[in-house]
Design a protein around this ligand. Structure first.
Ligand SMILES: O=C(O)COP(=O)(O)O
Ligand SMILES: [Mg+2]
Length: 226
């Protein structure tokens, strides 16, 4: 077993950039939204660097890029509504699971870990995506960016999850792709595990100094079944 799993009872997973490559669908929804507002349309590569702080900030970053200045409240509200509608209509059209995700979740669940999902994505999108990929049953709890008063990098959702199942922070591990996951994990007193293939605003995740960096979830899966 990988040393990071020793003494752990709960594993909290990030969603976007950790379990799923969701940027193609996020970018498609943003493109439609900005196109309808007759603004410049970003490419997928640009959108990849904007993901991580939830949907309102994603929309705000896109509008700021398109108009060269932060959006006024009414434009932000209109664009946010459009984005939520377009993304909600097709959250799984182009989204793909990263390698070994299913095997890892299954193995960790069978090894007795409590698995929870803590994403900054709006809560309403979580179930349709997890159901589409057949992942929903592995998670004992799912928290979105708008479920509680604070989202990652706040430790609040992580501490909420630990408390719900009666585990101390040192019995918990946060697994994610961005500085917000590692920051929230450290602030909560969780151990932290980073994956390098997701979205971290263009920076290497090593800069956040996670306890462990693994190339894919396959290594955690092998650790769980070993
Ligand atoms: O919606 C976002 O901005 C990022 O979502 P995540 O927390 O699952 O990476
Ligand atoms: Mg992420």
């Amino acid at each position: 077993m990988h040393p990071i799993l020793h003494g752990k009872r709960l594993i909290a997973f990030d969603l976007d950039g950790t379990l799923i490559d969701s940027v193609p669908d996020l970018a498609a929804a943003l493109k439609r939204t900005l196109g309808e507002l007759e603004l410049a349309v970003p490419d997928e590569h640009q959108v990849r660097e904007w993901v991580g702080n939830g949907a309102p900030v994603l929309v705000e970053r896109a509008l700021t890029w398109a108009a060269g200045q932060p959006p006024k409240a009414h434009l932000q509200a209109r664009a946010f509504e459009g984005f939520m509608q377009h993304y909600g209509a097709a959250p799984n059209a182009l989204t793909r699971l990263y390698p070994k995700v299913k095997n890892a979740l299954e193995a960790l669940h069978q090894a007795g870990f409590t698995l929870v999902l803590i994403t900054n994505k709006p809560e309403r999108f979580i179930a349709p995506i997890l159901e589409h990929f057949g992942l929903k049953d592995w998670f004992a709890l799912c928290l979105g960016g708008d479920t509680l008063a604070e989202k990652k990098p706040s430790p609040m959702p992580l501490l909420h999850a630990a408390d719900r199942f009666g585990f101390a922070p040192h019995e918990c591990l946060m697994v994610g792709d961005s500085r917000h996951d590692i920051g929230a994990g450290k602030a909560a007193g969780f151990a932290t595990l980073a994956l390098p293939y997701g979205y971290n605003h263009g920076d290497p995740i090593e800069l956040s100094q996670p306890d462990v960096l693994l190339p894919t979830l396959g290594e955690l899966y092998e650790a769980a079944s070993a």
